[in-house]
Design a protein around this ligand. Sequence first.
Ligand code: F6R
Length: 247
Amino acid sequence: PVTVYPDMLTASKVVAGRIAAIIKKKATEGKEAVLGLATGATPIVVYKELVRLHTEEGLSFKNVVTFNLDEYYPMAATAAQSYKVFMNKHLFSHVDIEPQNINIPDGELAQEDVAAFCLEYERKISEYGGLDLQILGIGRTGHIGFNEPGSAPNSGTRLVSLDELTRHDAAHDFGGKANVPAKAITMGIGTIFKAREIILMAWNEKKAGIVKKAVEGEVSAEIPATYLQLSENVEFVLDTDAASLLT
Ligand code: F6R
């Protein structure tokens, strides 16, 4: 289903509320909430609201286990553009999550260790019983995670090459496109599909064109987000601008 909210703030609060509900339900069952998280501009207000729920309303992250979608490769963990730094800044350093429950692909691995790391990432997600919820943004190439055009529907966590448009869009953060890493480690389409719930968020008119293709276009590897049309557990959460080209 597609749900359209008047603005990003309202939509982000709804998504944060759904995440909080999963965390609380799992806590009452004495279980872990296993969350798949995204970086980038899209989920920032969701994280802000989760931090508010923690500080003002006592939402605890003690039973939360997280798996981030992706990380640039190569990427120093302490670099300003690393997704580790991003997640600490926007969420983890402000809540009571146990550091050992945080999982983010490692951008510092030696090339020969990447394949084993990716298999282990998949194994670890399965060991926790799979993801309760995966949140996603969408890139202008139609990528989810860093599954760029050409990605297979059954793909797992792996090293990928970033699309030129994706590197162009990241150029600002890196002080020029030449500084944007050529590769990334990303969960696969298959990994994402195994989540019990998937929420794809998109805000503003810059995403309207790709959102239309993702939601209404023919399912194809050319726009990996179209694969989501095949899942029964997906919700597209949009603001009016991102939804403006939908029929
Ligand atoms: C980030 C990720 C990417 C972004 C996408 C949109 O972890 O996996 O797929 O969600 O590139 O980025 P923003 O939100 O910056 O527009």
